[in-house]
Design a protein around this ligand. Structure first.
Ligand code: HEM
Length: 429
């Protein structure tokens, strides 16, 4: 995976024999043990590892849940209760999986905003970023279908509202949208057939995500990691081997994350969900406020901010699609927002807009809420389409360190082969 010279040195005769036939240990060593990692990474760089943990945890707990879950309109709701009450440790596995979905999104949002702040999407990391956006889309699809499975009121009505969005295509080709909706449903309304196919796809997609993550990490190892300065590795002293340095830091970050995770699993398992989902799905009773899970709320606010249904759908999908193009929309010469005195303000405004949209997505679509949702939706798009291209051209970046080592040790501490830098770089390298 990595493009630096291999330092793998098999110790036993068996290890040598194996390495000549399948150099998988060499791959692991060069990619995750001896890989040169910038020495100045902060804790925001631990979220890639945390996300990998979340993915594995979701798959393991999901497989165990699937052993007891029944994907039918008659059995789904009760099978979840059966898991929580009767299956050994079923309550824990179910809580882990449901809370885990939220934690996965907490981690991915931090990971994305980290990338946006430090310009990790800029050359040569465009493909790495695009793969990330694909992962994000696949995660959203997986979470959406997973939320349907307990077959509660919010599951049922959430699926009804979101799948119905495709009917807006009738405005372009009459009948086309309706045909798509009925095809998705497998009938003329959301039913057990819909549930069954959602279950099938919900089981499949995490493996697609796993494949995308492998490509993502591969692309990362070709381009190398970005870092808080946004300056590339130049000297040996700019990096440390991934193990034990970055690995231990990742372990500390993961431990802190797991404390929060466990707190929710054991003490607040339903806090992030909606109470209505403990009422079995009833096609005859519509809940007064249909809201998606918290991690979809900003996109839901954008959807409802536009007065036309088709326009809302285009804006909602557009708000994600625009992420594919940030590598080219950002015209700045420097990567890290740390050295961008003007853009920095816009970055925080953008983060604030996303949080505000999240808040507004949970409110009824009326009066002042709609007004503000429109304002923040307008800024969301303006940020990518106007601010990023223009500010990058007019802004003068602030003074930057000459190297990563200098950013850590101060002026005089950097440069190739200086004693301080060399001392920090392990002899082996
Ligand atoms: C299942 C979801 C994901 C997993 C498991 C994952 C995994 C990783 C890992 C292990 C790293 C290296 C460690 C780090 O920089 O934190 C990384 C880096 C990166 N990821 Fe992800 N990622 C995921 C989703 C995403 C998404 C959704 C995006 C963007 C839309 C993204 C963009 C990036 C970028 C740009 C980097 C390079 C960061 C840098 O070096 O500064 N990732 N990812």
């Amino acid at each position: 995976m990595s493009n630096h010279v291999s330092t793998y040195n098999p110790q036993s005769r068996f290890a040598k024999w194996f390495d000549e036939r399948l150099p998988i240990m060499r791959l692991v060593h060069d990619s995750f043990v001896d890989f040169p990692t910038p020495r100045n990474l902060n804790y925001l760089w631990t979220f890639g590892g945390i996300l990998s943990f979340c993915l594995v945890a979701q798959i393991l707990t999901g497989v165990m849940l699937a052993m007891h879950y029944q994907p039918s309109a008659e059995g789904a709701f009760n099978s979840i209760e059966h898991i929580r009450r009767d299956v050994n440790f079923g309550w824990m596995i179910r809580n882990f999986h449901a809370v885990g979905a939220s934690m996965f999104f907490v981690a991915v949002y931090i990971h994305i905003f980290r990338g946006l702040y430090y310009g990790s999407y800029k050359a040569p990391r465009e493909i790495l970023w695009i793969l990330g956006v694909l992962i994000f889309l696949a995660m959203m699809a997986t979470a959406f279908m997973g939320y349907a499975l307990p077959w509660g009121q919010m599951s049922f009505w959430g699926v009804t509202v979101i799948t119905n969005l495709f009917s807006s295509l009738d405005g372009i080709i009459p009948g086309f949208g309706t045909a798509i909706v009925e095809w998705l449903w497998g009938g003329y309304s959301v039913s057990g057939t819909t549930l069954n196919r959602f279950f099938s796809l919900h089981y499949l997609l995490p493996f697609v995500i796993t494949g995308l993550v492998i490509l993502h990490v591969w692309a990362l190892h070709v381009a190398g990691q970005n870092n808080p300065t946004g300056i590339e590795l130049q000297h040996k002293s700019d990096s440390v081997p991934m193990a034990p340095y970055a690995v231990m830091k990742d372990a500390v970050g993961m431990f802190a994350f797991l404390i929060v995770f466990a707190w929710f699993v054991f003490f607040l398992p339903d806090y992030l969900g909606h109470a209505d989902n403990y009422i079995e799905a009833n096609p005859l009773v519509t809940p007064p406020h249909i809201v998606p899970e918290w991690y979809f709320l900003p996109f839901y606010a954008i959807l409802r901010a536009i007065p036309s249904k088709l326009g809302g759908v285009i804006a909602m999908f557009g708000s994600i699609l625009v992420l594919f193009f940030v590598s080219w929309l950002d015209t700045s010469r420097v990567r890290s927002t740390k050295y961008r005195p003007i853009y920095r303000w816009f970055f925080w405004l953008f983060l604030f807009s996303c949080l505000a949209l999240g808040y507004l997505g949970a409110k009824p679509a009326e009066g002042v809420y709609v007004f503000w949702a429109r304002v923040f939706t307008a800024y969301y798009f303006a940020h990518f389409l106007i601010v990023m291209p223009i500010v990058g051209l007019i802004e003068t970046p602030s003074k930057m360190p000459r190297s990563i080592t200098e950013s850590v040790l101060g002026p005089g501490g950097g440069g190739a082969g200086t004693p301080a830098g060399a001392a920090a770089a392990p002899e082996k390298r």
